[in-house]
Write a protein that binds this ligand. Sequence first.
Ligand code: WT7
Length: 701
Amino acid sequence: MADIREKSNAVETSNAQIAVHWREEEYFYPSPKFIGQANLTDPAVTERFSEEHFPECFKEYADMLSWDQYWHTTLDTNDPPFWKWFVGGKLNACYNCVDRHLDEYKNKAALIFVPEPEREPVVSVTYQELYVRVNELAALLRDFAGLKTGDRVTIHMPMIPELPVTMLACARLGVIHSVVFGGFSGEACGRRIADSGSRILITADSYYRNGKLMDHKANAEIALEVAQQEGQAVDKVLVWKRHRGQYGSATPMVPGRDFFLDEELLKFSGELVEPVSMDAEAPLFLMYTSGSTGKPKGCQHRTGGYLAYVAGTSKYLQDIHPTDVYWCMADIGWITGHSYIVYGPLSLAATSVLYEGVPTFPDAGRVWRIAERLDVNIFHTSPTAIRMLRKSGPDEPKKYNYHFKHMTTVGEPIEPEVWRWYHDTVGKGEAVIVDTWWQTENGGFLCTTKPAIDPMKPGSAGPGAPGIYPTIFDEDNQEVTAGSGKAGNICIRNPWPGIMQTIWGDRDRFVEQYYRKYCKDPKSKDWHDWPYFAADGAVLAADGYLRILGRVDDVINVAGHRLGTKEIESACLTLPEIAEAAVVPVVDEIKGRVPEVYVSLAPGVKASPEIADKVTKTIETIIGKIARPKRVHIVPDMPKTRSGKLMRRVLAAISNNLSTGDITTLANPDVVESVREMVQGKGAVAVKDGPDDLKQFGGVD
Ligand code: WT7
């Protein structure tokens, strides 16, 4: 396990720079119109969710759900840091997202699916239709696929309505779903199948991306092979068709193993399945994410606490009412989609929009056309998407007659300038904005403004969400005072219902990764002694607003998605031609950061453009296109310390045209100069100052 302490050292050293280039931004205020209709307007919420009322304050969220059996203990801290929430309670997540809305809303759209091709009609799925489809599929999963409560199922699907249907059918049975982002490669999917121990894979034949029908089923073949190599056999592959009755993949179906769901479901027509009453602490799903080692970790989320937390934050912070048309443009294959396309909005009987494709397809007006046509009034996206839309059509939003009351930005820091475009042009000056900071591990928002109560500040996430007490620790375990301008490691002092239960199958790694660093007493059963370490650098302003600076570990945030540098490096090292590999983040105007690869070659191998290509292709095959490097540099040697450690920080500086700092202590300072010349060109002048995550990247290794 990489030493987190070592890795995050450099946050502190860049304090001075932060103070210099961080200007305090002005406040923006929500409109009276927004406040007039908002779910959460009473400032007493801060008092209700204050430490004095913790943990009972979270009863307010849990009471938004329908429980089969009420809990007896709100928070059990007997086995820290494995907190238990709403202990003794029983409920079913699918029942809460579907069945309980039927009386009042059966005719209302639960999901609105917007296909990428504009010639295809928009598809609405009412709560009644969702109920029928989820029941039929649950019956099939139980009786045909043989799945039972506690089993894991891997779902590798694109953004089609069958994806939430599949998740909810699993939840109905208490089957733990593990959704793998559709853009991940077959290999990446296979490794997740193996880690989760799934014997069923649910996939789809095809989907549209940028105008092309992609063959998705092809991934299943590779996934099964990789899972098999890792010792996990898959019995059945269940395949949804993108166009009912029409197979859109060139990959053959394997008789006896592969089954078309549209055909098999005919046998379960009209069947109803009683939702299984689950313990609040029963796992609901796994979501794999990258960390500082080569192996992605399966974040295990619980049923009761998770659902309560996403329902509460969707209602109060997303301001979702059943009458709203809510569009979160994330992919359901990421945690944002799980919490804020599926479970949060549906638990509140909202109408949740699903868009299949690329935001700028076929032109820069597409997103705003969808918003106008469906009369979307809550919009949720990432800074990468906002930057992309701004670049491709800065005036497009003005051409369309839509009105957002509320907008979210999530996943990466947003530049104040980009925030202002989002506010003025996309939001037409009318929409309130929440900048929500959180992570796959967290289940739901951790830092954000309360939209009708707190003013907004461009570039800052805001204070802790209700019942969340963030703080910043320095490397000496001291809390950094608000307004000091000093950066440090953002931590959450308390447990909350949305926090993951553990890393699937790896309790030690869970403790090591998130709690070891700032634990005050490993024997203590008092939650006060167990702050959660998020691995992000942040600054806390005098007003209590947090500005997130970025990861302090070996994780690169590409377009709001996490990629582990170690994962990409291991992918490169599978090629016999490669002796060493180092992956660093490089600034990208749209995506925030993208990976750049340095490789040195095995003896006797000659550098060539073909080798660089091969490296790129290998990364795409093993991880997915999302990890495609901006450039691959073949270098004669890597900069190293005298003890032989690879200096990724120096390479990150070179890639970003920053000054490499003091390199005289390196074993081979001359290598740095030749690599620099190779990458930046002769006579290039490096810039002294740059983004903080780059300066601290790779720590002191
Ligand atoms: C990392 C988590 C769950 C959100 C989607 C990404 C960065 C997230 C913000 C924000 C600045 C942010 C952090 C965090 N991040 N939200 N509002 N401002 N940075 O989830 O893939 O688990 O990534 O995304 O660095 O650690 P994820």
